[in-house]
Design a protein around this ligand. Structure first.
Ligand SMILES: N[C@@H](CCC(=O)N[C@@H](CS)C(=O)NCC(=O)O)C(=O)O
Length: 202
């Protein structure tokens, strides 16, 4: 199994963290997205037509892009992706939230301030993203102020998906101090056996 990835990527880290927590061996193939290495004809023709990492390559050559689809696939048959239909739907609720509300604000601010630099019209765009990031964190805080985990009473792939960019939100100049429940949850995840930091590679 090969994970096509870029180490600073939170989307890639979701898969790396899950594989590490499960103690599952895999090979990492790194690309520098800041140099367009996922936009080559070989990458878009053979690995992901959408020109993005992460992509999980199975031993038989099948390619699976989209971080949250990778989490679902890798967690199949474990409590991280529950059997119960209601819990599964709640996990999906958080995964869709992550892709629509959380990643497009928090990950984008982190990328602008830490990886790619500010875009044109940053004076308008940054406050818009900051408002969206604050809204997303408030949604998480409402759940985590009185629950240990996002779904049910144990770790699921919803926690892994949302952990990836939440824990590095300060790199996007987002202050996590007001979110006590989120901070307790971040500490709970980083204390899990097998936990690895975002820069880890096998
Ligand atoms: N929805 C996708 C987003 C993947 C994504 O945006 N990947 C970024 C890195 S975090 C990327 O490959 N960017 C390179 C590019 O767009 O050229 C997922 O969750 O996997």
């Amino acid at each position: 199994m090969i994970l096509h990835d870029f180490l600073p990527s939170g989307n890639g880290y979701k898969a790396r963290l899950l594989l590490a927590l499960r103690g599952q061996a895999f090979e990492l193939k790194e690309y520098d997205i800041t140099r367009g290495e996922t936009r080559t004809a070989d990458f878009t023709g053979r690995i992901n037509a959408n020109g993005r990492i992460p992509v999980l390559e199975l031993d038989d050559g099948r390619m699976l892009p989209e971080s949250n689809a990778i989490l679902m696939f890798l967690a199949e048959g474990t409590a991280l992706w529950p059997d119960d239909a209601w819990e599964r739907a709640q996990v999906m609720q958080w995964l869709f939230f992550e892709q629509y509300e959380h990643e497009p604000t928090i990950a984008v601010l982190r990328s602008w301030f830490g990886v790619k630099g500010l875009p044109e019209h940053a004076d308008i765009l940054v406050p818009m993203k900051q408002a969206g990031a604050d809204k997303a964190l408030k949604v998480m805080e409402q759940r985590l102020s009185d629950h240990d985990w996002l779904v049910g009473d144990g770790l699921t792939i919803a926690d892994i998906a949302l952990y990836a960019y939440t824990h590095v939100a300060p790199e996007g100049r987002i202050d996590l101090a007001p979110f006590a429940g989120i901070n307790r949850w971040l500490a709970r995840i980083s204390a899990l056996p097998g936990y690895v930091p975002i820069t880890w590679k096998p």
